[in-house]
Design a binder for this molecule. Structure first.
Ligand code: 13P
Length: 262
């Protein structure tokens, strides 16, 4: 059984006071441990404040990006040891916004994945096709290319240490989520490749999250899909009640899925 994982990606939102308030409200929502792993990825500048608010809570901290080198002359960059020092457990790698806006290449993404693993944190490798690619029937070619390139040079054991996120670009911030069926099809395909790159057992134990317009009102249908192991949430993670509601759907998902299959 894979423990569901729900991650809030706050993107470039929030000054420190906003981040503190949001983190405090999320923390209030989960005073006790639940059967879901919860994490938030604030902007770099808010990481220390949010780390302080979340200390001793059940909510883990993540970062939205990193540089592949541990230190050096890389003006404006943040390394994985710097994130580890602040208590980050996860690092998002290869988000489509970075691929598009910063021109991040698969090769750079692969180096980041390796750096995150080297320092004992968990990379959340994001893959996803654009709307054009889907219309042209290139969904599987695109995500397979991103997955294999992102994992280049990693042995079977290392492959098992990642979390993956399928985020169709056309679903991010648009209000149009992939249907559970569309997501499940891609997740199954990704799991097949992971099985080849590691082992069937490892692939079965690996979390593949869905991201793209996940909201409280569509979370149940997505999260009860057996291939979907959790969610990577943008906009809806900026409102504590909405984020908390989504996590609660993830907590209830295994039982809801059993109900549905009766
Ligand atoms: P939205 O939930 O705002 O569509 O963003 C998804 C995303 O990009 C999470 O990384």
């Amino acid at each position: 059984m894979r423990t569901p994982l729900v991650i809030g990606n706050w993107k470039m939102h929030g000054l420190q006071a906003d981040a503190r308030a949001l983190a405090s409200a999320v923390r209030e929502g989960f005073k006790r441990k639940v059967a879901v792993t919860i994490a938030v990825c604030p902007p770099f500048t808010a990481l220390p404040a949010v780390a302080e608010v979340l200390a001793g809570s059940v909510i883990a901290l993540g970062a939205q990006n990193c540089h592949p080198e541990p230190s050096g002359a890389h003006t404006g960059e943040i390394s994985v040891p710097m994130l580890a020092e602040l208590g980050c457990r996860y690092v998002l790698v290869g988000h489509s916004e970075r691929r598009k806006e910063m021109g991040e290449t698969d090769e750079q993404i692969n180096r980041k994945v390796q750096a995150v693993l080297t320092h004992g944190l968990t990379p959340v490798l994001c893959v996803g096709e654009t709307g054009d690619e889907r219309r042209q029937g290139l969904t599987f070619t695109t995500i397979e290319g991103q997955l294999r390139a992102g994992l280049a040079g990693l042995g079977p054991e290392a492959v098992g240490k990642l979390v993956f996120a399928y985020e169709p670009v056309w679903a991010i911030g648009t209000g149009v989520n992939a249907t559970p069926g569309q997501a499940a099809e891609v997740h199954g395909y990704l799991r097949g490749i992971l099985s080849e790159l590691s082992s069937k057992e490892t692939a079965q134990a690996t979390s593949i999250l869905y991201g793209g317009s996940v909201k409280a009102d569509n979370a149940e249908s997505l999260l009860t899909e057996p291939e979907i192991d959790g969610a990577l949430i943008g906009g809806a993670s900026l409102k504590a009640p909405e984020f908390i509601a989504i996590v609660k759907k993830a907590v209830a998902a295994p039982a809801a899925a059993r109900e549905g299959s009766r």
